[in-house]
Design a protein around this ligand. Structure first.
Ligand SMILES: C[C@H](CCC[C@H](C)C(=O)SCCNC(=O)CCNC(=O)[C@H](O)C(C)(C)COP(=O)(O)OP(=O)(O)OC[C@H]1O[C@@H](n2cnc3c(N)ncnc32)[C@H](O)[C@@H]1OP(=O)(O)O)[C@H]1CC[C@H]2[C@@H]3[C@H](O)C[C@@H]4C[C@H](O)CC[C@]4(C)[C@H]3C[C@H](O)[C@]12C
Length: 432
């Protein structure tokens, strides 16, 4: 029996009331006084109504990574997210599909584009992940959609933004990070710049920043009653996330070449070290009082070492620290440093991270019904916490029929759209 890492919810008066509703619904279900469809709707309503974005309806046009992440965050916090997939696509590459439904539309078929317009008229947000100008070519640009639904938040998530000489160029995370200026700062002094996975532009400066824009626009709409267009450029989002680098230049934090500064692997007290068992620890002992505890744990005396901030001595100091860390296993160093202020932590692998006592105590990772482990949504809202779906991801077109009928199409109309190739209904495929 798999033990799921359930996020620990802070129960308060409102959430207790919400859960009482849930309990009474479940008791009706158990004594069979509700039909199955009513049961499902009530259960979902009761759980979703607790969340911050309950009632928000989002149309996410299927994209590569940034837009799916934005959609997943919105779904995690209670929004209803319908992903619009292409027809004739074999499988979805959206690995961030948690909590979404899938409708397959051929937007190049005018009847398929008309379906999207109808979905957007009855929705709060549309997220488009395409190159600048693609939606206009489809007749689905902001002009058209905001005319039909002035309350629509129209989020455009691109690499270079909606204008500028690169706006029409293809690119990926590393390109946007390079254009933001930040990539030039990343990497050890002996290495060429390297991108930290596709985390900064795709996710921090892309999907997450776009989500912020959507939530800000929804908040503003509560006053104005109006939607607006969000131009989310991953170049600018990345640079914005990295504002500290620009704003702290006058503090002298980045005066040295790449990889020789305090926070970019230059300082020996802010780096990683290999332990005797081939694992690593991370050291972040910046302040003098924490640095002293680091030396104490390493069995070193500051009198025998150069001053902490003597950057010309940092290479030598690093060698001394490296030799000490190489003398014990990671677990042994955890015994030495856990619970101290030496700012030394184990570098945990993806397979270890959920079971680390701290992360387990907080329920920082969840496991879905397919056994897949992933991070719980963050941050935790005390009264209306996210409750991520634990159901399997949708198959392409799995919800086409139910969504179109919910949005006002008669069954016969859906059949006509299917025959015209404007929409497609997916069949649930057994997971291999
Ligand atoms: C998992 C890998 C991705 C990792 C993340 C990566 C590192 C990133 O950085 S993702 C961020 C990319 N940039 C952006 O999102 C910025 C904005 N978008 C763009 O600039 C562009 O979309 C683009 C450059 C990303 C792609 O350009 P492209 O020319 O392909 O598309 P657009 O110009 O946007 O036009 C879209 C056209 O599509 C039409 N459309 C859209 N929806 C519909 C619809 N419903 N119906 C009909 N038509 C539709 C639209 O009209 C446009 O048509 P026109 O062009 O005629 O106007 C993944 C990275 C690569 C993947 C692999 C790769 O794709 C090959 C395999 C493909 C296979 O299907 C699956 C397996 C793959 C191996 C695949 C696996 C993974 O997904 C990748 C590795």
């Amino acid at each position: 029996m798999k033990v799921f890492h359930k996020p620990r919810l802070q129960l308060t008066e409102k959430s207790v009331r919400g859960y009482k509703v849930l309990v009474s619904i479940i008791s009706c279900i158990l004594n069979g006084t509700l039909s199955s469809s009513v049961k499902a709707v009530l259960l979902i309503a009761a759980s979703v109504s607790q969340m911050a974005l309950a009632g928000v309806r989002v149309i996410e046009l299927a994209g590569l990574a940034p837009a799916p992440f934005c959609g997943m965050i919105l779904a995690d916090f209670g929004a209803r997210v319908i992903r619009v997939d292409r027809t004739k696509a074999a499988v979805s590459m959206d690995s961030l599909a948690r909590g979404k439904q899938s409708v397959a539309l051929n937007l190049k078929n005018p009847r398929g584009a008309a379906v999207l317009r109808r979905l957007c008229v009855q929705s709060d947000v549309v997220i488009e992940p395409f190159r600048q100008g693609v939606m206009e070519k489809l007749g689905l640009g902001p002009e058209e959609l905001l005319k039909e639904n002035p309350r629509l938040v129209y989020a455009r998530l691109t690499g270079f933004g909606q204008n500028g000489c690169f706006a029409q160029s293809a690119g990926h995370d590393i390109n946007y990070l390079a254009m933001s200026g930040l990539l030039s700062m990343l990497g050890r002094s002996t290495e060429k710049p390297y991108a930290p996975l596709n985390l900064v532009a795709d996710f921090a400066g892309g999907g997450l920043t776009c989500t912020l824009g959507i939530v800000l626009a929804l908040l503003e709409r509560t006053r104005s009653g109006k939607g607006q267009v969000i131009d989310a450029s991953m170049v600018e989002g990345s640079a914005y996330v990295g504002s500290f680098v620009w704003k702290s230049r006058n503090l002298g934090l980045w005066n040295h070449p790449k990889g020789e500064n305090l926070l970019d692997s230059g300082a020996p007290f802010y780096d990683t070290y290999r332990t005797s068992d081939g694992k690593y620890v991370a050291v972040g002992a910046i302040e003098p009082q924490f640095y002293q505890q680091l030396l104490q744990g390493l069995g070193l005396d500051s009198a025998d070492l150069p001053p902490q901030l003597s950057s010309s001595d940092w290479p030598e100091m690093r060698k001394i620290f490296a030799a000490r860390f190489a003398s014990k296993t990671r677990a042994e160093w955890e015994q030495v440093f856990d619970g101290t202020d030496a700012c030394v932590t184990p570098v945990l692998s993806l397979d270890e991270v959920a079971s680390h006592p701290h992360n387990q105590e907080r329920g920082s990772f969840v496991q879905d019904t397919q056994g897949e482990e992933s991070p719980r949504p963050a941050p935790i809202l005390s009264r209306t916490p996210a409750a991520p779906s634990l159901a399997r991801d949708p198959f392409i077109g799995e919800h086409t029929r139910v969504v179109l009928e919910e949005y006002g199409y008669m069954p016969a109309e859906v059949e006509q759209l299917l025959e015209a190739g404007a929409v497609e209904c997916g069949r649930a495929k057994a997971r291999l």
